[in-house]
Design a protein around this ligand. Sequence first.
Ligand code: NAP
Length: 458
Amino acid sequence: MRHFAVVGSGPAGFYTAEALEKAYGGEARIDILDRYPVPYGLIRFGVAPDHQSLKAVSKRYDKVAESAGVDFIGNVSVGRDASVAELLDLYDAVVLATGAPHDRKLGIPGEDLPGSHAATEFVAWYNGHPDFADREFDLGCERVVVIGNGNVAADVARMLLLPRPELECTDTAPYAIDALAGSSVREVLVLGRRGPAQAAFTNPEVRELGELTDADVFVDRAAVAADETSAAFLDSDAADATNRKNLESFTEFSEREPGGKPKRVELRFLRTPLEIQGDGRVERIVAAVNRLEVDESGAVRARATDETETIECGMVLRSIGYLGTGIDGVPYDAAAGVIPNERGRVTGDGSKPHPGHYVVGWIKRGPTGVIGTNKKDAQETIETLLEDAAAGTLPERDAGADALPALLAGRGVDFIEYDGWQEIDALEQERGAAAGRPRIKLTAFEELLAAARKERNG
Ligand code: NAP
């Protein structure tokens, strides 16, 4: 019998467990560990609540968790409750699927003023993440500036502008529904440092910005007018169908007559934030006006001109990407925010393999791609692991999955197994059904643990 630990229960972790199960059938025990008492990582805490159909992928993960050889063990923080080295004594291999939990910093003055937040924190807050549920976002201002042109920026822009009925049919945390529906925000200005052809949004997310019930979308016509650099970019291999379709949508937005809706969302390109200013809190942002140029590698870069623009606003959401974090005892490339690896096999200095250590998902490849990208990624990591098993470099441990609960219990760790999560799930759905919503999330650790205990205490 093989014993595997997967650390992290987001999409990458679950696709890894699924691939291991497929490879080994009933010949493997797979424990999926998570530091939270609930599974699914960014499906629960990252995907925008108005994208309920995307969150439904968790049903597939339920099937994995319910299979005989797989266990979910939540409320266990690897590095604190058990080290990776200890796990490697118990399991044949440890696959780290720990994601990229932090935000990238802009590194500009005023970034830490009250009212300037990482979009990742805002996302975690409205999704009821227990570490962020008590954050406060002052939505008493009229204009919010969102920095970045990726899907997280699109998500937070949309969420800021949804009317109450469209929030109430989601699993947005109740406190966030009240705050968002009662907010004074009338305008969301999304700043991109490059042009519309280089935006990182995917097409449906762009289109959604043009379909908001309460907000008209604006793009300046001059911004979408063909310029030489973008035309060359769109003709090159660097551009793909997503870039071209995005540009079509932005062009269509730029040609629209305002529909008289009470709110607006504007996409403004070629702006790099220089400074966030205000007397004790955010009052404005100063941005450089950029032009595009092509560097030696052929990449399209933003180059600041001497022109600047000052935009009055009451809140800034910095949405320039997630960042990974290291784990004790595992090599970490802090600059890239990933654990160095070859096709999922962790490598140390000089690409020397660390036996039994594997990675998958954002901590393997960086914070890019959509949910499904992790499936292929997990398959690659498991192919590597199978090669190692075939080459005899993967030890076989006897203790495995049976020994972990004892180790954790001995340390007083109140771990939650899958049946505990099912109790939480049932309670959230029951509360949701009573209110005509998909679920009402429990957002405090104590509430989650108490709900899970109902099962264990009978
Ligand atoms: P992202 O897609 O990597 O976008 C980051 C954005 O920040 C880019 O526009 C980037 O511009 C900009 N940026 C980076 N550094 C900057 C700086 N110093 N100043 C100004 N702008 C800067 O990241 P994300 O939005 O966090 O999304 C992460 C991943 O999750 C993506 O793969 C995304 O597609 C995925 N996701 C998917 C969904 C969905 O499927 N609905 C929802 C949310 C997230 P440059 O392009 O110029 O570098």
